[in-house]
Structures are given as C-alpha cells and as structure tokens.
Write a protein that binds this ligand. Structure first.
Ligand SMILES: Cc1cc2nc3c(=O)[nH]c(=O)nc-3n(C[C@H](O)[C@H](O)[C@H](O)COP(=O)(O)OP(=O)(O)OC[C@H]3O[C@@H](n4cnc5c(N)ncnc54)[C@H](O)[C@@H]3O)c2cc1C
Length: 281
C-alpha cells in the first residue's frame, strides 16, 4: 500500500502550476491507467504528492487547421479515435486503437502515454515519426519542443521534473505507406513490450520521405540512415534494406538495448522497406 502525502485537484492550469512550484516532485495523475496498473510508473521513493489533472478544461481542447491537429494532454485515446477519419492522423489512430480495451482507452490520455518516466509507451515512436511538437510548462513558463526532447542521449525517457505536458501539435501528413507493429510476443506492461513504426512517402518512383522508429525501454531512431535512403529508386534492393536494418540494430545495441529488441528491429525494418512500395496506399 502506498502512502500519499497530499492531493491537489486544481480547476485551472494556473492553480496546477502553483502546486507544482510548491511540490516539484508531485506525480501528475491523468487517466491513472498506467499509474494504477504498472508499478514501474512509481519511480519516486516515499509518499508522493498527487496532482490530479482531471478538472482542468484547458487540457481537454482539440483544435484543427489545414496543417495540424492540436490535442490537449488530457484528451483521451477514445476521443482521438472519435475524430473524423481522413484528417491525416492515421498512424496515431491505429496506435490509440492498439492500447488496452475500450474501457482503458476511455480513461487513458495522450499526455499520460507520452509522459511515462520508466519506459516509452506506444504513442511516442509514432509521434516522433509524425514530427509532433509538445508544449511543456514549468515554473519558468511554457515552450514548444520536439517529441525527441523527451528522449535522453542514452535512448531512455527524459521527462523534465516539475513540468507538465499541456498540448501536442501533430502535423497532418499523407504517407504513401506506413506500418505499426507490436514487436515480438511481449505485451504491455511486460518490460519487453515494444512497438515498431515505419512511414514512407514515395514520389516519382523514389523515396521522398522516410521515418522508422521503435520504442520500449529505449527509443531508437536513426536520422542519418533515413536520410541516406531519400531519393533511392523503388523497389529497394535486398542489400539496401538489409544495410538499413543492420544500421538500426547497431544503434539499438549502442544504446544498450537487449539483443532480442535489436534483432526484431532489424527484421521489422527490412520487412517494412521491402513491402512498403507494394503496400502503398
Ligand atoms: C490493460 C492495459 C493495456 C495497456 N496497453 C498499452 C499499450 O499497448 N500501449 C501503451 O502505450 N500503453 C498501454 N497501457 C498503458 C496506459 O493505459 C497508456 O499508456 C495510457 O495512455 C496512459 O495514460 P493515462 O492518462 O492513464 O496516464 P497516467 O497513468 O495517469 O500517467 C502515466 C504517467 O504520465 C505522467 N503524466 C500524465 N499526464 C501528464 C502530464 N500532462 N504532464 C506530465 N506528466 C504526466 C504520470 O505522472 C505518470 O508518470 C495499457 C494499460 C492497461 C491497463
């Protein structure tokens, strides 16, 4: 049984930030689906303070423009699934659908998915590939930054202490082909659970854009490998795909990911690169 120091349930962002200034180590409580089921989310010793985000209307907004969709951190995964299809959020939709049951998705939020401190949840590699931006707020104010800022040099999560995620801006993208796969047999909350994401845009029979990422305990993405394939004619040769696969596996091992993860990442990458042109939408 965990002893809780105190609980704050603010009704505005300003009140929430005032509480965080007093208790920078407080645990933000969003849907609670990870906090209630995964002991790994409790990385702080002792009896923490809880900051309940459920009563803050500013965190539940959804706005759309021609170029992006902006989602408040407390938007639930089921609310994302209820957005109209065809607005360019295909990969994120699929990712939300893959999380738990309908009951879990109704409680689970996008913010809670992105802010886990002990491992990456499914939406982080997806939003990394979609070039999403995050609005983070702390005692000094708010700023926008890339999803990749939540990834440390060692490939592990690096969420800044005393901060709240408030909004997520997802650029609308049209991919020619994309894939989202659970890697191997392990499923969340097993520590070996991991997700592979690949997305490509083809133009004139060549690769115009490419994103590949995988995440579990670490997030692996290799921008130089992606860039090296831009402009290559389709279909890629087996050698081109294998070189890309082994470069990502090497990167995973450099980050001290386990060998199973690195091996799966290599084979999912090769398979995505070989199949993507045939499966182009
Ligand atoms: C049966 C089951 C299956 C699941 N399957 C999956 C799966 O396949 N893939 C997957 O990714 N997840 C899975 N989950 C985990 C979880 O449901 C999701 O990751 C969910 O999106 C977490 O959101 P939440 O709002 O419940 O987060 P919470 O549990 O409320 O919080 C999670 C973490 O984020 C922090 N946090 C929350 N909001 C903020 C914020 N705005 N700013 C700063 N920090 C914040 C919390 O302090 C905590 O550390 C599963 C859970 C269950 C119960």
């Amino acid at each position: 049984m965990r002893r809780i120091e105190d609980v704050s349930a603010p009704s505005s962002l300003a009140e929430a930030m005032a509480f965080l200034r007093r208790r920078p180590g407080a645990v933000p409580w969003a849907g609670g689906t990870a906090l209630m089921t995964d002991p790994g989310t409790w990385d702080r010793p002792g009896g923490p303070s809880i900051l309940d985000l459920g009563g803050i209307p500013e965190l539940r907004g959804v706005t759309r423009s021609a170029r992006y969709v902006e989602l408040g951190a407390m938007v639930s995964l089921s609310a994302i699934l209820a957005l109209p299809r065809g607005i360019g959020l295909g990969m994120l939709r699929e990712c939300c659908l893959s999380v738990g049951t309908a009951f879990t998705r109704a409680m689970a939020t996008l913010g809670g998915n992105l802010c886990a401190r002990h491992r990456f949840m499914s939406c982080t590699p997806v939003l990394s590939c979609m070039d999403a931006a995050l609005e983070l707020r702390d005692a000094t104010g708010s700023r926008w930054s890339s999803v990749n800022r939540l990834v440390g040099e060692d490939g592990r999560p690096r969420f800044p202490e005393g901060s709240l995620l408030t909004r997520v801006r997802v650029p609308v993208a049209r991919w020619s082909s994309w894939a989202l796969r659970q890697m191997g047999e392990a499923r969340y909350p097993h520590p070996g659970a991991a997700v592979f994401v690949g997305a490509a845009r083809f133009e004139g029979g060549a690769i115009a854009e490419l994103r590949i990422a995988a995440a579990g305990l670490r997030l692996v993405r290799d921008r130089s490998m992606e860039m090296s394939l831009i402009g290559r004619r389709l279909p890629l040769s087996r050698k081109e795909s294998s070189t890309a696969g082994s470069s990502l596996a090497m990167k995973a091992l450099e980050l001290e990911a386990d060998r199973d993860f690195a091996g799966l990442l290599e084979s999912y990458t090769v398979s995505f690169l070989q199949r993507a042109p045939e499966e182009a939408l």
